[in-house]
Design a protein around this ligand. Structure first.
Ligand code: GLN
Length: 280
């Protein structure tokens, strides 16, 4: 890396960083370090950075150069209009996952106090968003990672969402008679030897949140197989899945006895969510 000057201003820091990383990434990191808006950076290019800010910024640029995802460096990512804390124990929220939220909200808009279960909650984006968007729901969220649950709990507290968190391998630690009207999950669904796992942001994300067996369907199959015991009659299961898994997920839902099975495409026009209704 080019030697940074001992002292610099906003414009100088951005110019130095552009020699190493994308300009948009540089602006995001500098905004994070200076706790400043994009407008502030644009309006005050000659503002001199504090020594500590400049040093921290240089360290973040180095880590970004080594490939670390921006969201882990800033510790935050927006989802459905709200800021969520993220760290390396959870998947980074993806815009396509908002589809699952929109579909669940549309389906449950008229339901008062729905009982909702989010399996493998990670940073808590699905559980927390549904807790804040539905009509006074009772939301339970599970994860097998205690670090993820700790982070999801912090996010719930920060955003004012009341959620029951459970450390559980899918349904195993739920009470046998616990029944929900809505179960959602964005489980791991990538094929375990998919070369993408060794590229880009995915290299830094927890493998347990990404990959699931030789066909990527292990978690989806387990969630579908267990859903009937925890859904009320007429309850719904909404699942995010991989780009080529819609047919397989629909078949799993049909085999398990679900009806009204449907699929939806994400913002990139890729089949991304499947749902089915449990008739009991
Ligand atoms: N959608 C993510 C990706 O393909 C994977 C998320 C997941 O496995 N749930 O990068």
């Amino acid at each position: 890396m080019s030697a940074p000057p001992a002292e610099t201003d906003i414009a100088g820091a951005l110019a130095w960083a552009r020699g190493h990383i994308q300009p948009s990434d540089a602006r995001l990191l500098l905004r994070h370090v200076c706790r400043a808006s994009a407008a502030h950076l644009a309006a005050w290019p000659e503002e001199v950075l504090h020594v500590a800010q400049w040093r921290t910024f240089q360290q973040l640029v180095e880590r970004r150069t080594a490939g670390e995802p921006i969201a882990y460096l800033t510790g935050e990512r927006e989802f459905y209009g709200r800021p969520f804390l993220v760290n390396a124990s959870v998947l980074i929220p993806r815009p396509e996952t908002e589809l699952l939220v929109e579909l669940s909200i549309a389906r449950f808009a008229a339901v008062h106090r729905p009982r909702v279960l989010d399996l493998g909650t990670g940073s808590g984006i699905l559980a927390i968003t549904l807790a804040l968007e539905l009509d006074r729901p009772e939301v339970t969220a599970t994860d097998i990672s205690r670090d993820a649950l700790a982070l999801a709990n912090t996010n719930a507290l920060r955003l004012g969402a009341g959620i029951t968190f459970l450390w559980s391998d899918w349904y195993t630690l739920l009470r046998r008679n616990d029944r929900f009207q809505l179960i959602v999950a964005n489980p791991p669904y990538i094929v375990e030897d998919d070369p993408h796992l060794a590229q880009g942001d995915l290299r830094f994300e927890p493998l347990t949140a990404l990959a699931s067996g030789p066909d990527g369907l292990r978690a989806l199959a387990a969630i579908i197989a267990g859903a009937g015991r925890h859904l009320e009659d007429g309850g719904w299961l909404f699942l995010e899945h991989g780009y080529n898994q819609a047919d397989a997920v629909r078949a799993l839902l049909a085999d398990a006895g679900f009806t009204h099975i449907a699929s939806w495409k994400d913002i990139a026009d890729i089949d991304r969510v499947c749902a089915g209704c449990w008739a009991g």
